[in-house]
Design a protein around this ligand. Structure first.
Ligand SMILES: CC(C)(COP(=O)(O)OP(=O)(O)OC[C@H]1O[C@@H](n2cnc3c(N)ncnc32)[C@H](O)[C@@H]1OP(=O)(O)O)[C@@H](O)C(=O)NCCC(=O)NCCS
Length: 173
C-alpha cells in the first residue's frame, strides 16, 4: 500500500465528531475521480493518478468506495475513499484514505465496514493489505476490524524507507 504523508500528525490529532447522518458511503464512479485525487494527494506521497483510477474502475474484480459529506443545500463533497480487488476470493485492499481535516471522526471505519460487508456478500473469504510499520492510526483501524500482522517486508516503502507490515483478516464471517 502507499505512503502516508500525515502519519504522525494524524496520530496526534483526533477531530470532532461528524453527524453520522451526514456521511454517505457509496460505490466510486468515474465522475468522482477528480475529488478522489484530492484525497489521494492529501494522504499519500505517491498518489494514484486519474489514469490508474479510470483503469481500475473498469476491472470487474475491483470494488471502490467513496465517503461523501452531505451538506445542506451545498451538495456533497468526497472526503474519503477506499477499494478492494477480489483476487480469486481474497480481497486485496489497496487504498484507504480520508481528508486530513475529517480524520478521527469515524469516516474510515464506516467505509471499511461497508467494503468488508459487501465484499463478504460477493464471496471474498479473506482480506489482506500492506501498511507502513509506523502508521499507527491505520494499524489501529485495521486491528479494530480483525486484521492481524502476519509478515514484514523490510524496507518496502520509500520516502522515507520503512518496513511494510502485511496484515490479514482470515476466515472472515
Ligand atoms: C488511517 C486513516 C484512513 C483513518 O481514517 P479516520 O477516518 O481518521 O479513522 P476513523 O475515525 O474511522 O477511526 C477508526 C479507528 O481507527 C483507529 N484510529 C484512527 N485514527 C487514529 C489515531 N489518530 N490514533 C489511533 N488510532 C486511530 C482507531 O482504532 C479508530 O477507532 P476508535 O475511534 O473506535 O478508536 C486516516 O488516518 C488516513 O487517511 N491516513 C492517511 C492515509 C493512510 O495512511 N491510509 C492507510 C494506508 S495503509
Amino acid at each position: 500500500m502507499q505512503i502516508d504523508k500525515h502519519n504522525e500528525q494524524t496520530f496526534a490529532i483526533r477531530h470532532a465528531a461528524i453527524d453520522p447522518a451526514q456521511i454517505r458511503i457509496r460505490r466510486m464512479t468515474r465522475e468522482d475521480i477528480e475529488q478522489v485525487l484530492e484525497v489521494e494527494r492529501a494522504s499519500f506521497s505517491q498518489p494514484w493518478s486519474a489514469d490508474v483510477y479510470s483503469a481500475t474502475l473498469l476491472l470487474p474484480y475491483a470494488h471502490y468506495y467513496v465517503a461523501e459529506l452531505l451538506t445542506d443545500g451545498a451538495g456533497a463533497r468526497i472526503i474519503g475513499e477506499c477499494g478492494v480487488r477480489d483476487i480469486f476470493g481474497e480481497g486485496e485492499i489497496t487504498n484507504v484514505a480520508v481528508l486530513p481535516s475529517f480524520r478521527g471522526a469515524g469516516v474510515a471505519g464506516r467505509m471499511l465496514g461497508t467494503l468488508l460487508e459487501e465484499s463478504l456478500e460477493k464471496g471474498m473469504q479473506a482480506f489482506t493489505l500492506e501498511v507502513r510499520a509506523g502508521n499507527r492510526p491505520a494499524i489501529a483501524l485495521y486491528e479494530k476490524f480483525g486484521f492481524q500482522t502476519e509478515g514484514v517486508r523490510e524496507g518496502f516503502y520509500e520516502e522515507p524507507v520503512e518496513d511494510a507490515l502485511i496484515m490479514w483478516r482470515r476466515n472472515a464471517q
